[in-house]
Design a protein around this ligand. Structure first.
Ligand SMILES: [Zn+2]
Ligand SMILES: [Zn+2]
Length: 131
């Protein structure tokens, strides 16, 4: 375990990986996330700047959630992000479906041994749970 400064409040905390935020700031961010998600559900036409304004969250944070596929804007929404590969408009994640399919194909050939390993590990765990 490492001790680091929280990215948000600057306090020292025990860093366990992932986002560099202390427990308190992480909790606050989670609450914000729920608020933003609710807001988007109720205001289907909302744009990212509108959501940022209404929920008091940075546009960057909202975009990040969308990129992480935690948030998704509805079909009616005018919000679109760009596929990081080809620039096609998308509503969630980082890549459009076509690029994603292409990448999955490439990844499958490159990481096939790793995937097989993981699958067998999961298989072992499932057997364990069955007992
Ligand atoms: Zn903090
Ligand atoms: Zn694309």
């Amino acid at each position: 375990m490492e001790v680091k400064n929280c990215k948000d409040c600057g306090r020292l905390f025990n860093y366990i990986g992932g986002v560099r935020l202390c427990t308190e700031c992480k909790k606050k961010l989670d609450e914000k996330f729920v608020e933003v998600k609710e807001y988007i559900r109720e205001n289907k036409g909302a744009t990212i700047p509108m959501v940022a304004e209404a929920c008091d969250v940075s546009q960057k944070q909202i975009t990040q959630w969308v990129r992480e596929e935690r948030l998704e804007f509805s079909e009616e929404s005018s919000v679109t992000l760009q596929c990081e590969n080809c620039g096609a408009p998308i509503r969630t994640g980082r890549f459009c479906n076509m690029c994603r399919a292409e990448m999955t194909r490439n990844l499958q050939s490159a990481y096939a041994p790793v995937q097989a390993q993981r699958a067998s590990k999961d298989g072992a765990k499932m057997r364990f749970l069955d007992q």
